[in-house]
Design a protein around this ligand. Structure first.
Ligand SMILES: *Cc1c(COP(=O)(O)O)cnc(C)c1O
Length: 474
């Protein structure tokens, strides 16, 4: 399988070439040249374990890693030991277990990995793929990133102890929850470097951009990233749509709906790809919080990224985005993969503008892709957490609550609705307290992690100080 850029002006690449990179040189995002059609394989795949299913799907997209090696990577990544925090410990071997709330209404548990958010599902694979490819090429990489919580910890837990990989993760000093801070800063591994920046998340992000834009420094110190536009992350997420489908249906003729709490459009983009491959998904229900850029698009055909200052700080913070970095992938498909149209639309976006497909030829095509959408507020979130607790005795996190709220608005009788559970309640204890007047139960192993020794360097919001840390450790 070869990979092409959504902007159409970069050379075609192999999987291993795009694995370690970020954007294509023309500013676009990589996608496979075509989507393999798998409708006739569903019967054979239905009974596979998660690791086996991952291998089957990944094999379609990865042709420059020998099959036996890719199989070993899948087996090592998707173990019951790594994804052990299921509600029902007996289901840990499912990796992504299905929890049924009521007839035809399910949660797909994706947050049973080491950092209790769905990003582990893809990031753990990425860690093993990075190590494999770097070893083979005899190269090293220094991953530089900024995080406000979930992504940074998922990256650190995926890369800890890996050969030839170092992680330099910036976070705003004092702005994460005690739990999130403890999760990251207590990692003892010698290849993980936490850097707390005296400032806000945006200051940390700006430093990452400044360092990455310094081409000489970037090349000399092999600076890389693991952000949400990484194709391998999207690819890994395709797998659990198949898994969820098999769990919720009896026959490969049945259709299902998925509801996806969305921010950067990475998770639901994987659902779109699963649907394009022939998985019988009727609709992809996109749920946003108060940051409703994507809900607005699917309701009106207008994509209007917000200024950072316009972004709401909400109680489902991992969905607080002003623009959706993976959205370009879907638009590329929607406009029949005409890169010239994508270039023109993103000229407007990159200049701080917006675009509308409401009146053109593509508006009529939008329904063919199965998307519907809705948004949620803090009050909805509290009410939904309370309702799910009272009705089913299950505690859900704030992002999943946004999904459940929007899913309910779109349910069709007789059609299974699967809500992706993107994090565990324990990560957002403050809002759980507000909704339920009690603290979420924490897995035993994670009790008291706030008291472990922490490893972090504190710096001013200054590019030089961060650069010095990288130089010192490389
Ligand atoms: C990252 C994240 C999301 C948003 O996922 P996208 O792929 O950015 O759409 C939703 N919920 C949680 C808990 C997350 O960590």
């Amino acid at each position: 399988m070869n990979y092409i850029s959504t902007r159409g002006q970069s050379p075609t690449q192999s999987f291993s070439d795009i694995l370690l990179g970020g954007l294509a040189p023309d500013g676009g995002l990589y996608l496979p040249e075509s989507y393999p059609q798998v409708a006739d394989r569903l019967a054979a795949w239905r009974t596979l374990s998660y690791a086996e299913l991952a291998f089957e799907i990944l094999s379609l997209y990865v042709d420059d890693i020998p099959g036996a090696d890719l199989k070993a990577i899948c087996d090592k990544t998707y173990t019951a030991q790594t994804y052990r925090w299921s509600r029902d410990a007996a289901k840990a071997a499912d990796i992504a277990p299905l929890t049924t709330l009521e007839a035809d209404f399910h949660l797909l548990e994706l947050s049973n990995g080491p950092t209790l958010a769905f990003k582990d599902m893809a990031m753990q694979l990425l860690g093993n793929l990075f190590e494999y490819v770097l070893d083979r090429r005899n190269e090293t990489i220094n991953i530089l990133g900024a995080t406000s919580g979930d992504t940074g910890s998922a990256a650190e837990y995926a890369m800890r102890g890996k050969h030839n990989v170092r992680v330099f993760m910036l976070s705003p000093e004092g702005k994460m929850s005690d739990f999130q801070r403890a999760q990251m800063y207590s990692l003892p591994d010698a290849n993980i470097f936490n850097i707390a920046v005296r400032g806000m998340f945006d200051d940390a992000q700006d430093i990452v951009k400044a360092v990455s834009n310094d081409a000489e420094f970037k090349a000399k110190y092999k600076i890389g990233a693991v952000n949400s536009i990484n194709w391998a992350r999207v690819m890994a997420q395709v797998v659990y749509y198949f898994k969820g489908y098999f769990e919720a249906t009896k026959s490969n003729k049945d259709e299902v709906d998925f509801c996806v709490p969305s921010g950067n459009f990475g998770n639901i983009c994987a659902g779109h790809i699963a649907r394009m491959m022939g998985l019988p998904i009727a609709r992809l229900v996109l749920a946003t919080n108060e940051n409703d850029v994507l809900d607005e698009f699917f309701r009106t055909g207008v994509y209007r990224p917000r200024a950072t200052a316009e972004t709401h700080v909400t109680s489902s913070p991992s969905m607080d985005i002003s623009k959706a970095s993976n959205f370009e992938r879907f638009i590329f498909d929607l406009v029949d993969r005409d890169a010239a149209i994508v270039r023109q639309l993103w000229r407007q976006v990159d200049a701080g503008g917006s675009f509308s497909l409401a009146d053109g030829p593509f508006a009529a095509r939008l329904p063919d892709y199965g998307f519907v959408s809705g948004s949620s507020t803090h009050a909805d979130r509290l009410a939904t957490i309370r309702d799910v607790w009272q009705r089913y005795g299950l505690m859900i996190d704030t992002h999943t609550a946004d999904g459940v709220k929007v899913a309910r608005q779109h349910r069709v009788a007789g059609l299974p609705m699967i809500v992706l559970e993107t994090a565990q309640a324990v990560k957002f204890a403050e809002t759980i307290q507000e909704a339920l007047g009690r603290d979420p139960v924490r897995p035993k192993e994670l009790e008291g992690i706030e008291n472990l020794p922490q490893k972090v360097e504190v710096v001013d919001a200054a590019v030089d100080q961060v650069r010095n840390i990288i130089v010192r450790h490389c």
